[in-house]
Design a protein around this ligand. Structure first.
Ligand SMILES: [Cu+2]
Length: 168
């Protein structure tokens, strides 16, 4: 990719961050997330991790991946110091029962995006190494088939009251 394109994308991301920061006063804290990360054709934004404290042993990370390229890419692995195991999961409903399954990868289509959000795809953190404190940022390494490793810093938020069903 040309340097000018990278610069333009970076500037766009910075502008977006400022806009987000300025639009976040008051009760809109649910929109807070880790900073946007751009690598190659991929932009990872809106990353957040569900706050958790002992005895909770699991949590999940959510984020959005945009692919500006002309070829699809795939999220194939995730690692983190937050937990002993880090898996890619998909939440589903079968016969009215919420459940989730491990998936091998999440495809990010060319000129498209993939959303990891409550009720859908998520990064599952299993056997947490400690507390995940609200308003703190943590580190997570995403591995893409083509773009390679992308480090994101999800912000911890409390899950929205009433809207969440824990799978465990
Ligand atoms: Cu899960």
């Amino acid at each position: 990719m040309k340097l000018t394109t990278v610069l333009a994308k970076t500037l766009a991301a910075i502008t977006l961050l400022f806009t987000t920061a300025c639009g976040n006063h008051g009760d809109h804290h649910m929109m807070n997330a880790g900073e946007t990360v751009i690598q190659g054709d991929l932009t990872v934004s809106g990353s957040w991790v569900r706050a958790a404290e002992p005895p909770a042993k699991t949590s999940a990370v959510y984020l959005t991946i945009d692919n500006a390229g002309t070829e699809a890419d795939s999220l194939i692995a995730v690692s983190s110091e937050l937990a002993e195991f880090t898996e890619i999961h998909q939440s589903l409903k079968e016969d009215g029962v919420s459940l989730m399954r491990k998936v091998k990868a999440i495809e990010v289509p060319a000129n498209g995006s993939a959303n990891l959000e409550p009720g859908g795809y998520h990064v599952m953190l299993i056997n947490l190494n400690g507390e995940i404190a609200a308003d703190e940022t943590y580190s997570l390494t995403l591995t893409f088939e083509k773009a390679g490793e992308v480090v994101v810093k999800p912000l911890a938020r409390k899950a929205k009251a009433g809207g969440h069903h824990d799978h465990h």
